[in-house]
Write a protein that binds this ligand. Structure first.
Ligand code: GUN
Length: 287
């Protein structure tokens, strides 16, 4: 079997087009323009690329983008003061603080100082609790993007065995909550899981979010399974720089029923879902 390739790039482009249509209508009918503030502390090159892409795509769908670039040595007090101003600013509907933050800043404290209604990352403890109890919340962007692609491919996910490899707060844990809410039987596996290979082989849906290049080979994939590869790992092979996922794509694509490629799978969906969350936050703020 050769897997169907789930085209995240095309999917994300569709999501952005739908967001743009809604934004146009909000402007015409309600005179509202959604605004997204992105806060970057320090000069991490990968984070700078993400923030630039976020700003560009925010403007492309017709929203206002507010970028706040702060020096690496910014104090916690100054960062909290900025967030407080953004919380109070009616033109700002979504606030994203790019992670990781420099070591002297307490990420939990900073994230939990964001107004939960503007927390478009879905990382605030209130949103985590709301998601875990099935209440209306902001849903973290990467898992939301994965869920949208899974629903599109399967229709109903009810009763399927889902294995999430990785237990991060950003991807693994919220992904598991979303799959559970869609009535999957969910296993969260991680680096200490015994016989990870056989756990993975039981998965109808296998989500890999560990950040280890090509850790999951094709013979860990159940024939016909859907493989969602969240990993984005920069490696060097044969003297060339390359981007690979957490799954060994070539061998997995021979057995899977469907698979997301890297690049062009989950990656583009993350920013598209961030824009969708910003639109949602704006609509909720204005009833
Ligand atoms: N760093 C890597 N991924 C993310 C994300 O989804 N949100 C934020 N705020 N920072 C990140």
């Amino acid at each position: 079997m050769t897997a169907k390739v789930i085209d995240g790039k095309a999917f994300a482009s569709n999501v952005r087009a739908q967001v743009a249509t809604h934004v146009t209508r909000l402007k015409e009918v309600n005179g509202l323009t959604p605004g997204l503030a992105v806060v970057l502390v320090g000069e991490d090159p990968a984070s700078e690329v993400y923030v630039r892409n976020k700003g560009k795509q925010t403007v492309e769908v017709g929203m206002n983008s507010y970028e706040h670039k702060l020096p690496a040595e910014t104090s916690e007090e100054d960062l909290l003061a900025l967030i407080s101003r953004l919380n109070a600013d009616p033109a700002v509907h979504g606030i994203l603080v790019q992670l990781p933050l420099p070591g002297h800043l307490d990420s939990d404290l900073v994230i939990n100082s964001i107004d939960p209604a503007k927390d478009v990352d879905g990382f605030h403890i209130s949103n985590v609790g709301l998601l875990g109890t099935g209440q209306k919340s902001m849903v973290p962007c990467t898992p939301l993007g994965c869920l949208m692609m899974l629903r599109d491919h399967h229709g109903s996910l009810s009763g399927l065995n889902a294995v999430v490899v990785g237990r991060s707060n950003i991807v693994g844990k919220p992904m598991a909550q979303l799959l559970l809410a869609d009535s999957c039987t969910v296993t969260i596996a991680h680096s200490r899981t015994k016989d990870l290979a056989s756990v993975c082989r039981g998965a109808d849906i296998l989500v890999a979010a560990v950040g280890r290049p090509e850790m999951i080979p094709g013979d860990w994939v159940k024939p016909g399974a859907t493989v969602i590869d969240v990993g984005i790992n920069r490696i060097e092979r044969d003297g060339k720089k390359k981007l690979v996922g957490d799954v060994e794509y070539g061998s997995a694509a021979e057995v899977a029923g469907a698979i997301t490629p890297v690049p062009g799978g989950v990656g583009p969906m993350t920013i598209a879902c961030l824009l969708a969350n910003t639109l949602t936050a704006c609509c909720r703020a204005h009833g």
